[in-house]
Write a protein that binds this ligand. Structure first.
Ligand code: SF4
Length: 327
């Protein structure tokens, strides 16, 4: 296994200006991502979880430079070279983009309804210089088989497929250029529960076959646990906990993770967890609370939580958390 991480994110920030008035005066900042750092190792799946509005999708989009970060580094290693995606020019990014692909949440709106499956999956090949149609179609046939669809489906349009099949088409398109990194943004949350497990299993098989590295974004911890080696928990633009999937489930060390786990709708009678119930809304990223940003919702809040920002620190090997009381 390659020891150097495929990707290193360091102090990544993405702020959006809040504008007001006739002259669009900037009156504040929405801190969607506020200084997060993590590594992504070759061949691993890192789950990124948090409620809606926690900033996880912004992280995924910034990693692929669909958004330009406000600050920080995103170091991507390829063929012995390191590229900082956060500051790279479009000219530098262009040849790198084929190695980083995205699987989208909504299989209904992410596929062009006027294109055949063959054209949808073959488009990235065409854009990257495979101009011979028969070669593209041969490749598309192979991809369709790999994602569990029939090659003869390639002349059909997206409307002829179910949600699960459309997501398989989206996955085939993401794989067309043999990427190294895939950011999967809630890839099963729009699907029926009965289909979710099939698509998750497919993603796991493909990860092994193509030695893919995943950032798997989801709001549902049970989905993330199924597929992830490690899990990072995000709250109000910051990481609050990071550890192996098993350790996070066995012994969460941040009250927010405890609360997310308590909401997992599967029976786990032997899991000896305190039942932390979340009340209130995710902190407003334009007006973050002082001290620990989770303190208005935390059942363990002490006085210092309201004034002192807890550091994101290692409390056991490879297990980091951001809580004054983690020990
Ligand atoms: Fe709760 Fe305090 Fe820990 Fe924040 S630092 S999570 S408020 S106990």
């Amino acid at each position: 296994m390659n020891k150097e991480p495929l990707l290193q994110v360091r102090n990544l920030k993405k702020y959006f200006p809040v504008k007001q008035g006739f002259f669009n005066q900037v009156i504040g900042q929405i801190r969607a991502v506020d200084g997060i750092s993590f590594d992504l190792h070759h061949g691993e799946c890192l789950g990124l979880v948090g409620e809606s509005g926690s900033g996880k999708t912004t992280v995924g989009r910034a990693m692929l430079r669909a958004l330009s970060p406000t600050a920080g580094q995103i170091l991507f290693r390829l063929d012995g070279q390191s590229y900082d995606l956060a500051t790279a020019t479009e000219k530098t990014l262009r040849p790198l983009r084929r190695h980083m692909q995205m699987i989208f949440q909504d299989p209904y709106s992410s596929l062009n309804p006027r294109m055949t499956v063959s054209d949808i999956i073959g488009e990235p090949l065409l854009v990257n210089g495979v101009s011979d149609r028969s070669k593209r179609e041969q490749h598309v046939r192979g991809l369709l088989t790999q994602v569990g669809l029939k090659p003869e489906h390639m002349r059909r349009y997206p409307h002829a497929f179910s949600g699960g099949q459309r997501q398989r088409i989206g996955i085939a398109r993401a794989l067309a250029l043999h990427p190294k990194l895939i950011v999967a943004d809630e890839p099963v949350s729009a699907l029926d529960v009965s289909v979710q497990a099939q698509v998750l299993n497919l993603l796991q098989e493909l990860q092994k076959t193509f030695q893919l590295t995943y950032l798997f974004i989801a709001h549902d911890l049970s989905v993330v646990h199924h597929i992830s080696d490690r899990i990072a928990v995000m709250y109000a633009g910051r990481l609050v906990e990071l550890g192996t999937a098993d350790e996070l489930f066995r012994q969460p060390r941040h009250p927010y993770t405890e609360a997310l786990l308590a909401a997992v709708p599967i029976p786990q009678p032997r899991r000896n967890l305190k039942r932390v119930l979340l009340s209130g809304e995710v902190a407003d990223p334009a007006n973050l609370p002082s001290g620990c940003v989770f303190h208005p919702r935390c059942p363990y809040t002490e006085d210092r939580c309201k004034t002192e920002v807890p550091e994101f620190r290692e409390i056991a090997t490879g297990h980091l958390t951001r809580c004054h009381l983690a020990e």
